[in-house]
Design a protein around this ligand. Structure first.
Ligand code: FAD
Length: 478
C-alpha cells in the first residue's frame, strides 16, 4: 500500500527505542520518514540482533503505576500520545509484580514489523558516518549511548563541546532450571500483583547474616583489580555496580537490591531472611531470570564464582554475565532549544539517550516528542510543547534547560543522565495538600504520597488536554 503525501521526508538516524518511536510519530502525522539503522551492516558492543528497538539489558520498563510513580505517569502519557513502544510493550508483557516487563524478542519483533510495514516509513540498513547532509534539511539523530564513532566525532566537531563517555554495568541472566527451588521461592515483594503479575513473579534467594557477610566480603575482594582499572568512573547512581555498592558500606546492599522486606521464606516462614537476592522473569517462556539490581563490572570468572555463593544459585548457569557499557550523550541544556533542535543547525534534532535522558522509557519518550515536533515543522506548524506539569514536559524541560550548571562544577560534566522522577516536576499550587478529614496525625510519609498522587493526577489531566484526548481512568493506588 502506498500513501500519497506532498511532504519531503524527514530522516531519522538510529532505529532504537527513540528512533523507532520518532519515525512512528512522524509517519502517523502524515509525513514520510527514512529511518537509517546501521545494525545489519555494523553492530554495537551491546546489541545482539538486527531488530529495531532491541532492549540491550533488563526487560523491564519499570513501574506501571500512573497514580503515584513518575515512570508510570510517563507510560500513561505516552499511551495517550499513541506511542508505538508502549503499545508493543503492553502486547508483549510478562509477569513482573507492579512493573511493566516484556518478552524482549516479541517486543522488538513487534516494533520492527510495525515500522517496516508502515506505508510512510522506509528503513535503510546503513551506517551514517557524519552529520546529516544539508540537503536532508530535517533530520533527527537518535543513535543512543553506543553511537558509532564516525558520527560521534562529527557531533563533537559540530558542537565544539565534548560528548561525554562513561561506563555503566549490566546484570547477569540465569537459566531458571539451574536455580535450586528447594531453597528459593516465588513471591513478589509484599505480594504485589501489579498490572500483569500474580504476586509470585520473582524468585527469591534467602541469606542469613553469616552468608550475607561472606558474600559482601567476596564481592569486595573479587573487585580489587576492577576498582583500580575503573577508578574515577562517574557512575550514574541508579545503575551502580553491585560491587561498588558493597564497597560503599556493609549494610548498603541489605538496604538496596538485597533488602528482605515484604518477603516470607516459603520453606521456613518463621525465620526472617537477613538479606534476599531477587530474580525477575526475563522472557515469556519463563526460562530466563534476571538478577535484579546486580549490574556488575566484575570479571566473568569472578562473577560466576561469587554469584554461586548465593543460596539457591550454587549450580546457577548464566545465559549472560554482567558487563560494562559505554554511554555517549551531548550537553543538551546548552546545545538544544526547547523543541530539541541543535541551536547551531536548524532542522537537526536529537532524541533518546544521546540527549542525556536515561532508560528505555525516557529515551522513547524523547523520541516521541522529537518526532511530533519535526512533523509539525515539516507541515509548517509551530511545534506544540507539552505542558511543564506533565512527565513529558518535565523531562524535556530538564534536558533542554531545566538542569542548572553549578559554579563549582561548570560545563558539561555537571549535566548527568536523568531518569524521570518527581523531582523534575514543578511544585503544586500552595494549599493543594490538604489533610484528609478524620486523619489526626498527617505524617511526612503520607504527605509525600499525597503530593505524588496530586502531581500525577495533574500531569495526566494536563497531558490529556494538551493532546486533546480523554485522560485515562486509573484505579486508586493502595
Ligand atoms: C549496555 C547497556 C545496558 C543498558 N541497560 C538498560 C536497562 O537495563 N534499562 C534501561 O531502561 N536502560 C538501559 N540502558 C540505557 C538504555 O539503553 C537505552 O537507553 C535505550 O536503548 C536508549 O535508547 P536510544 O534509542 O537512545 O538508543 P538505542 O536503543 O541504543 O538505539 C540507537 C540505535 O542507533 C544505531 N546507531 C548508532 N550509531 C549509528 C549510526 N552512525 N548510523 C546508523 N545507526 C546508528 C544503533 O545501532 C541503535 O540501534 C542501557 C544501555 C546500555 C548501553
Amino acid at each position: 500500500m502506498t500513501q500519497i503525501t506532498s511532504h519531503s521526508p524527514i530522516h531519522v538516524i538510529g532505529g532504537g527505542l527513540a528512533g523507532s518511536e520518532a519515525a512512528w510519530q512522524i509517519a502517523n502525522a502524515g509525513v514520510p520518514v527514512i529511518l537509517h539503522e546501521m545494525r545489519g551492516v555494523r553492530g554495537t558492543e551491546a546489541h545482539k540482533t538486527d531488530d529495531l528497538a532491541e532492549l540491550v539489558c533488563s526487560n523491564s520498563f519499570r513501574s506501571d503505576d500512573a497514580t503515584s510513580n513518575a515512570v508510570g505517569v510517563i507510560h500513561a502519557e505516552m499511551r495517550m500520545a499513541g506511542s508505538l513502544i508502549m503499545a508493543c510493550a503492553d502486547r508483549h508483557q510478562v509477569p513482573a509484580g507492579g512493573a511493566l516487563a516484556v518478552d524482549r524478542d516479541g517486543f522488538s519483533a513487534a516494533v520492527t514489523r510495525a515500522v517496516q510495514s508502515h506505508p510512510l516509513i522506509t528503513v535503510l540498513r546503513e551506517e551514517i558516518q557524519g552529520l546529516p547532509p544539508r540537503e536532508w534539511d530535517q533530520a533527527i539523530i537518535a543513535t543512543g549511548p553506543l553511537t558509532a564513532p564516525g558520527l560521534a566525532s562529527a557531533i563533537q566537531a559540530e558542537t565544539g563541546a565534548d560528548a561525554l563517555a562513561f561506563f555503566d554495568a549490566i546484570a547477569p541472566i540465569v537459566y531458571r532450571d539451574s536455580i535450586n527451588m528447594d531453597i528459593c521461592w516465588y513471591q513478589s515483594r509484599y505480594d504485589k500483583v501489579g498490572p500483569g503479575g500474580t504476586g509470585k513473579d520473582y524468585i527469591n534467594c534467602p541469606m542469613d547474616e553469616a552468608q550475607y557477610n561472606a558474600f559482601v566480603d567476596a564481592l569486595i575482594a573479587g573487585d580489587a583489580v576492577g576498582f583500580k582499572e575503573w577508578e574515577g568512573t562517574p557512575y550514574f547512581d541508579g545503575c551502580l555496580p553491585i560491587e561498588v555498592m558493597a564497597e560503599r558500606g556493609r549494610e548498603t546492599l541489605r538496604h538496596g537490591p538485597m533488602k528482605p522486606m515484604g518477603l516470607t521464606n516459603a520453606h521456613n516462614p518463621t525465620v526472617k531472611a537477613y538479606a534476599v537476592v531477587q530474580l525477575r522473569q526475563d522472557n515469556a517462556l519463563g526460562t530466563l531470570y534476571n538478577m535484579v539490581g546486580f549490574q556488575t563490572k566484575l570479571k566473568y570468572g569472578a562473577q560466576a564464582e561469587i554469584f554461586r555463593l548465593i543460596p539457591g544459585l550454587e549450580n546457577a548457569e548464566f545465559a549472560r554475565l554482567g558487563g560494562l557499557h559505554r554511554n555517549t550523550y551531548i550537553n543538551s541544556p546548552t546545545l538544544l532549544d526547547r523543541s530539541l533542535v541543535l541551536k547551531s543547525r536548524p532542522g537537526l534534532r536529537f532524541a533518546g539517550q544521546i540527549t542525556g535522558c536515561e532508560g528505555y522509557v525516557e529515551s522513547a519518550s524523547i523520541g516521541l516528542l522529537a518526532g511530533r515536533f519535526a512533523a509539525a515543522e515539516r507541515k509548517g506548524e509551530a511545534p506544540s510543547l507539552p505542558p511543564d506539569t506533565t512527565a513529558l514536559g518535565s523531562l524535556l524541560n530538564h534536558i533542554t534547560g531545566g538542569h542548572i550548571v553549578s559554579d563549582e562544577e561548570p560545563g558539561k560534566r555537571s549535566f548527568q543522565p536523568m531518569n524521570i522522577n518527581f523531582g523534575l516536576f514543578p511544585e503544586l499550587e500552595p494549599g493543594s495538600i490538604v489533610k484528609p478529614e478524620g486523619v489526626k496525625r498527617f505524617r511526612g510519609k503520607d504527605k509525600t504520597i499525597m503530593k505524588r498522587q496530586l502531581i500525577a493526577k495533574r500531569a495526566l489531566a494536563d497531558c490529556a488536554s494538551w493532546l486533546g484526548v480523554p485522560a485515562p481512568v486509573l484505579a486508586e493506588s493502595a
